[in-house]
Design a protein around this ligand. Structure first.
Ligand code: ADP
Ligand code: MG
Length: 289
């Protein structure tokens, strides 16, 4: 490899809005045939807003928001931010704990509160009444993320949050396809939500309901099947997968942890630049070879 060609590629990358960790980073793109896209914050804006509150029979919307909002104020998760912002609750939180990839738990104003995936509540034998299950499924079919709220031993509400798909995501997916890459949407979110988002941007393959620790396993599995994998992500929970991928690309708008784990950073967080990055590296490498 002639270092000069790689350095020229690196300089051109900077002009395109691609920050390349080292000249060698470009070499790793050779033979990439699969690109994994994280959903939240990568294909979607990652800024969620609260849409609906569905209290169970006998429950008050205000109380649901007061308790869930206070608990979520202690979390940085996009779902938590949306709930906390809408609720604006000042209730006191004790014994807060984040349950990785599932939700949050804590004591709010003396009540033991859970907010998160229905699975988290089910672990505490808190099951949603059937009418709330139905609201949850309807929200997911609309592409919204739905979480359950329970306290003092009982599931009491469903909250739904919406996250806009970035206007450039569909073009970005088309550009990646035009380079001969197979796109896969990867998320910790529910399968129905993931399918709705995937369909809107032109992705057929979805891997959903993946716990943060298991995202890296998805990359390893594809590699063991003989694929050469690029991964694009933004979150703390994407870092291990970004590092494991043959080419890790972080959104410049993402977390420091994701950026550190990656070979490249898409400075402006524009997903279309991912295709530019792969095109640039192919061109740079063809000069070298
Ligand atoms: P993603 O891959 O979409 O970033 P995560 O692995 O961070 O997803 O979370 C998976 C799911 O767990 C979320 O879609 C949400 O349903 C639930 N969850 C995680 N953290 C929280 C939280 N603080 N409050 C409510 N729900 C949460
Ligand atoms: Mg993300």
């Amino acid at each position: 490899a002639t270092p000069t060609a790689l350095l020229v590629g690196t300089g051109r990358g900077a002009q395109l809005g691609i920050l390349i960790k080292g000249p060698e980073a470009l070499e790793s793109t050779h033979g990439i045939d699969t690109v994994i896209l994280d959903k939240t914050g990568t294909v979607t804006s990652g800024t969620m807003t609260l849409k609906d509150v569905f209290p169970a029979a006998g429950e008050e919307r205000e109380e649901v928001l007061r308790l869930a909002g206070a608990l979520e104020s202690a979390s940085e998760h996009p779902v938590a931010r949306a709930v906390a912002r809408a609720a604006n609750s000042t209730a006191e939180v004790e014994d807060f704990a984040n349950v990785e990839g599932l939700g949050v738990q804590g004591v709010v104003d003396g009540h033991a509160v859970l907010v998160g995936r229905p699975r988290l509540l089910a672990d505490w034998s808190q099951h949603l009444p059937s009418e709330l299950e139905e609201e949850l499924e309807r929200a997911r079919a609309r592409g919204e993320t739905a979480v359950a709220v329970g306290w003092d031993g009982k599931a009491r509400a469903v909250l739904t949050v919406a996250d806009a798909i970035k206007p450039t995501s569909a073009d970005a997916v088309a550009a990646l396809r035009a380079l001969g890459l197979r796109p896969i949407l990867l998320t910790g979110d529910n399968e129905t939500v993931a399918r709705t988002v995937a369909e809107a941007v032109g992705i057929e393959d979805v891997v959903a309901d993946v716990l943060p620790a298991d995202k890296v396993e998805v990359v390893k599995r594809l590699q063991s099947e003989g694929r050469t994998v690029a991964m694009i992500g933004d979150g703390v929970n994407d870092a291990a997968a970004l590092a494991q991928a043959d080419l890790g690309m972080a959104m410049g708008t993402g977390t420091d942890v994701a950026i550190e784990a990656s070979d490249l950073t898409l400075v402006r967080g524009d997903l279309r630049v991912a295709a530019d990055a792969i095109r640039l590296s192919r061109r740079t490498l063809s000069v070298i070879r």
